[in-house]
Design a binder for this molecule. Structure first.
Ligand code: DI6
Ligand code: FE
Length: 417
C-alpha cells in the first residue's frame, strides 16, 4: 500500500464511535475512535490509542465529535430528482383505483413531467431540484446519482444534465449522471420509434459523452416503455463511447431485464421485483449490483417484492436507493429507504447499512468511498445515535448531525449550523 505519510493532517476528529465497515461481516463499532483527514482523504480511521503520534502533533485543526456515531457518508444510487411540475394528483387517482399504465395512457405519467420540464428554464429546474437534493444531504447522503429522462430531446436532456452537474458543484458533493433518454417515447416521435432510437444512439450518447455530461447510460425496460432489442442497441452505443450501463429491470413484469443487464456487465440492475432465479444467477456471474427501490414498491402498492433471499444466497451485492421521482417514489430520505428496505423487503440491518454505503458506491462504479479507511475519500456522516440500528429504525428516517464530503462539511450549511 502506498505510504500516506506525506499528506498533511488538516483535521483530526476525536471522540467518535466509528462504524468503518472495513470488515465484511457484522457492524463492529470502534469506541473512542478518531478520524484524521488531509487533502480530502482519510489518513486514519480507528482507535485513538493506535493513532500515529505524528498525526496528532501535526493536526492543523482538532475537533471533538462529542461521542457521535461516525459512518461513511451515504450514497443514493438511483434518483430522478430533477423535474418540473407536480403529479401529486396522480397519487390519489391511483389510490382511488387508476393504474400507472391508465394514467400514462391518457397523457399523465412521465409525459406530463416531460411537458413541464421542457418548459422550465435551467434556473427554474435548479431551484426546483435544490431542496430535494438538500433533503437527501440532511439524511446523510454525499453522493447522488441523478438521471435525465424528462427532456427526451437533445436540448432538454442536456439542460437536465447540466443542472445535475451544477447541483453537485453548488452543494460540494459528488453527483454522477445517467442518460435516461429511453424513459418514454416523446410525443413528437409517435409512430417513429426508429428515428428516436437513432437520435439516442447517434445523437445524444456521442454528443453528451464528448461534453462530459454523462457518466452512464440507463433505460426503462417495460412493455409500455422500451424493448430488450431496442435497449441492446442503446447499450452498444454506450459501450462504444466507453460508458457503463444500468437498467430499470423487471419492475412491473419479468422482461428478462436482469439477464439483459448482466450481458452488458451493467453496474446495476434496478427494481427487480419480477426477476427470476435465472436472472439472479446472471447478475451474480456479472458482478452487477441489485439496486432495490422500496419507495416505488410502496407507493405503487406492489405485491411482489424483489427476490431478496435468492439475491442473498447468490451473493449479489444489494443496494437501496430512494428512486426520488414525481410519479412513483416521492421519497427524499435515504435513511427512510433503509427503513423501508428492512420492513418491506426483509433486509437485515447490516445489509441495509451496506446497501447505502459500500454496495451503493459499487453500483456507481466508485471504489473510493463507502467505507472509512486510509486512502479513501473523506466522505463521512456524524449521527447523534447510540446504535447503528437507529439509522434504519425510524419510519421517518434519520437526520444527520454533520456531513463531510472530501473532508469539508457540507451539511448543515454554515448558515444553519
Ligand atoms: N423509475 C422510473 O423511471 C419510473 N419508475 C421508476 O421507478 C417512473 C418515473 C415517473 O413516473 O416519472
Ligand atoms: Fe427510476
Amino acid at each position: 500500500m502506498p505510504s500516506l505519510s506525506p499528506l498533511r493532517c488538516e483535521l483530526l476528529l476525536e471522540d467518535l464511535r466509528l462504524l468503518t465497515l472495513a470488515e465484511d461481516e457484522a457492524l463492529a463499532i470502534i469506541e473512542d475512535g478518531v478520524l484524521a483527514v488531509g487533502e480530502g482523504r482519510i489518513l486514519y480511521a480507528g482507535a485513538a490509542r493506535a493513532l500515529p503520534p505524528r498525526l496528532r502533533q501535526e493536526a492543523a485543526r482538532r475537533e471533538s465529535g462529542e461521542g457521535m456515531l461516525a459512518t461513511p457518508a451515504l450514497v443514493d444510487s438511483h434518483t430522478h430528482l430533477i423535474f418540473a411540475g407536480d403529479r401529486s394528483g396522480e397519487y390519489f387517482e391511483r389510490l382511488a383505483g387508476a393504474s400507472y399504465a391508465d394514467i400514462a395512457a391518457r397523457g399523465g405519467g412521465i409525459l406530463a413531467t416531460v411537458q413541464a420540464t421542457r418548459k422550465a428554464s435551467e434556473a427554474e429546474l435548479f431551484a426546483a431540484a435544490l431542496p430535494r437534493a438538500e433533503a437527501l444531504l440532511a439524511s446523510g447522503v454525499a453522493t447522488i446519482e441523478i438521471k435525465s429522462g424528462y427532456g427526451l430531446d437533445l436540448e432538454n436532456e442536456a439542460k437536465m444534465l447540466s443542472v445535475a452537474r451544477a447541483l453537485g458543484r453548488h452543494l460540494g458533493i459528488t453527483v454522477t449522471t445517467s442518460l435516461l433518454a429511453a424513459h418514454a417515447l416523446p410525443p413528437e416521435y409517435a409512430g417513429r420509434r426508429e428515428d428516436y432510437l437513432r437520435l439516442i444512439c447517434e445523437g445524444m450518447i456521442p454528443r453528451f459523452a464528448a461534453e462530459g455530461l454523462i457518466d452512464a447510460v440507463d433505460a426503462y425496460l417495460e412493455p409500455f416503455a422500451f424493448s430488450a432489442a431496442e435497449i441492446e442497441r442503446i447499450f452498444l452505443a454506450a459501450h462504444a463511447q466507453g460508458l457503463p450501463v444500468r437498467l430499470h429491470a423487471d419492475q412491473l413484469s419479468n422482461g428478462g431485464g436482469a439477464a439483459l443487464a448482466a450481458r452488458f456487465q451493467a453496474l446495476s440492475a434496478d427494481h427487480l421485483e419480477y426477476t427470476d432465479e435465472a436472472g439472479v444467477a446472471a447478475l451474480a456471474r456479472a458482478g452487477t449490483v441489485a439496486v432495490l427501490l422500496p419507495g416505488a414498491f410502496l407507493s405503487l402498492r406492489e405485491r411482489q417484492a424483489p427476490p431478496v433471499a435468492a439475491l442473498r444466497a447468490a451473493g449479489v451485492p444489494m443496494a437501496l436507493a430512494t428512486d426520488l421521482n414525481p410519479g412513483t417514489s416521492p421519497l427524499s430520505s435515504l435513511t427512510q429507504a433503509m427503513n423501508l428496505g428492512c420492513l418491506l423487503f426483509g433486509l437485515a440491518l447490516d445489509e441495509a447499512v451496506r446497501a447505502v454505503t459500500v454496495h451503493a458506491a459499487r453500483a456507481l462504479g466508485l471504489k473510493d468511498r463507502g467505507r472509512l479507511a486510509p486512502g479513501l475519500r473523506a466522505d463521512f456522516a456524524l449521527w447523534p445515535l447510540r446504535q447503528p440500528a437507529e439509522l434504519a429504525y425510524w419510519l421517518s428516517g434519520q437526520q444527520v448531525h454533520g456531513l463531510y464530503a472530501a473532508g469539508t462539511r457540507v451539511w448543515p450549511p454554515a448558515s444553519r449550523a
